[in-house]
Design a binder for this molecule. Sequence first.
Ligand code: PLP
Length: 414
Amino acid sequence: MQVLEKELTQVDIKKIRSDFPLLENTMRGKPLVFLDSAASSQKPQVVIDAISEYYEKQHANVHRGVYELSQNATDAFELGRERVRKFLNASSSDEIIFTRGTSESINLVASSYGRKFLNEGDEVVISTMEHHSNIVPWQMICEERKAVLRVIPINDKGEILLEKYRALLSEKTKIVSIVHVSNSLGTINPVKQMIDIAHDHNIPVLIDGAQATLHGKVDVQDLDADFYAFSAHKVYGPTGIGVLYGKREWLERIPPYQGGGEMIETVRFDKTTYNKIPFKFEAGTPNIAGAVGLGVALEYVQSIGYDAISSHEQHLLEYATEGLMQIEGLKIYGTADKKASVISFNVDGIHPYDIGTILDKLGIAVRTGHHCTQPLMEQWNIPGTVRASFAVYNNKEDVDQLIQGVKRAVLMLS
Ligand code: PLP
């Protein structure tokens, strides 16, 4: 099959799989088939080693001590920031804020930007396919500021309706917040075009890049994004750390998110002044080991290269789509023209949870449920889907196992 020949030439899949120790494990006594990277990807040995080595040799608190160890830890932490800058092609590392993850990055912007710029009757625009993390923080701040949340509709393929988007924007719109790649459907949104459209109205745009960094190159200057959020754990890095990129002009204009050590310049009981960016947004001791691990994860991804990664993943997506479509009664949700390697599906008359449970017994890890996109599930009036998501370490055998597993589940449950 053409797909498979191409697959072999794109990445050295054997070598890549051997970089991820967890993939050698068994689950339910079977070799593990891990198809839930959209929830969290596995970690290569280089990331695991970098974190251990940091704790073995470099750990102290950062930005505080005059002693050498603290300076070494600060250097390691700031190297992580510089690696993120390079990865996103931001113009300065001052524009890179470390957070706990995408959710915290979005909460930061909703809270800080919202308190400063949202007033009664103003509008915030998001889309139907947003993750709860890009809905709830906006609902909360809209409620507080008496602003209104407006939602861009999508078509049956799971694509944003650009004309409806244009029509939603007005002088009342104060910010647009859009997912780059949908975690439930795999849709790759035309975010560059959407940012251009918003900028024509002088409206800033936040991009939720939680799913995008796993699959393709992100260049915040090329996109002209005002804010860009992502989580380390979805791009082969550790949990508990993520990034908010913000254009300097915005980060300087919006107030701090949390108060504490590190984010201040001077503290007196009558008045506190704040540190410069990015530290103004990093109250308290940061996740130093996380920043080290994230930096190494991003280097790892770049060493493979996104051309090879996306080409490999696209072949898996095509091969899996083709195979699953042969199963009677199976419907795929999310058939956008531009799609990342995520497949959401259901089989007529069978609850997604039941399919997930049988797959689990076969050692195949997929996600079932609403994938934190309940409003999107309402579009099709379904409680949820089975979702298989592929990363660079997945291979053709994983897809074959999935297809055989779903066939078996359907036989058992029909
Ligand atoms: N946005 C999208 C599109 C996601 O897929 C996720 C996680 O699944 C998030 C936001 C939240 O990311 P985190 O839980 O790492 O904060």
